[in-house]
Design a binder for this molecule. Structure first.
Ligand code: URA
Length: 277
């Protein structure tokens, strides 16, 4: 009967839903570093004769996701207090300037070879809110300041127009202080070499809340590989400090969707509410 046929608008809505689910699945798989599905070998004859119901001839062979080491793992890194010797502030709260002075003209890992300027971090040394990104990009490397390129402009907007406070009120730094070549994800030894300085910054600032930007910073502080689109927006803990993982502004620029913008806004609002609680 014509009246039973689905409306075109229903079909379109269903197609849109399916496309959205497929896009979400692709994002999740990419985040898990799944890049392909590998065809599994056919079952041995004995298994094929098992009591399982017969598989119709047209059913494709089972597949399993293939993971590749697209980006090096950032979690499970040995705490690096020993790289370059123990820090002078061991067992006490350092001054931020002391941490920066100890970093000096750092040559502790290979990133020093390609850098123009060390990007230690900047902002309020007694900030309640600390943002931690991944590593300096080209503009940051030239200027010696964190988040001053395109991603930085978006971060600054989110802080100033979203939260409604001047950027100078918060503190912003990265897990590595020198630009990785071609903006690649920092390698575990590079992250490990910089770790005492990140920890020194956190100890000096003692923020009320930490916001990590993107997967590497959250994975590092939580000491496990996380899937950022799944973990974002959920409260975590870093040595007693509430930690809010959110999307990296560079990712938001690449995937400039209302959902991603809303997600970051909600995470920052939750972080700021917690600061004020
Ligand atoms: N991306 C980062 O993670 N940090 C910066 O400082 C700039 C871009």
């Amino acid at each position: 009967m014509a009246g039973d046929a689905p409306e075109t608008s229903d079909i379109l809505a269903e197609v849109r839903d399916l496309a959205a689910s497929a896009a979400a699945l692709v994002r999740e798989l990419a985040e898990e570093d799944v890049v392909a599905f590998e065809r599994l070998p056919d079952l041995p004859a004995a298994e094929a004769r098992s009591s399982a119901p017969p598989v119709p001839a047209a059913t494709p062979a089972p597949t399993r996701p293939t993971k590749v080491a697209k980006s090096p793992p950032t979690a499970a890194i040995t705490p690096a207090a020993t790289i370059g010797g123990p820090v002078p502030w061991a067992g006490r709260r350092p001054e931020l300037a002391e941490v920066e002075a100890h970093l000096g003209d750092c040559q502790r890992c290979g990133l020093c070879e390609g850098r123009s300027k060390i990007v230690f971090g900047n902002g309020n040394p007694s900030a309640d809110l600390l943002f931690i990104g991944e590593g300096p990009g080209a503009e940051e490397d030239t200027r010696g300041l964190p988040f001053v390129g395109r991603a930085g402009e978006l971060l600054t907007q989110m802080i100033e127009k979203g939260i409604g406070i001047p950027r100078s009120e918060v503190y912003i730094c990265n897990i590595v202080k020198c630009r990785p070549p071609r903006n690649r994800t920092p390698l575990p030894p590079e992250v490990a070499a910089c770790r005492p300085f990140l920890d020194g910054q956190i100890e000096a600032i003692q923020p009320k809340v930490i916001v990590t930007l993107g997967k590497p910073a959250a994975s590092l502080l939580l000491d496990r590989e996380i899937a950022i689109t799944r973990l974002r927006g959920t409260w975590q803990d870093y040595r007693g400090i509430p930690l809010m993982p959110t999307l990296h502004p560079a990712y938001v620029l690449r995937q400039y969707t209302p959902e991603n913008r809303r997600a970051v806004w909600e995470d920052l609002k939750a972080a700021w509410d917690r600061v004020q609680a």
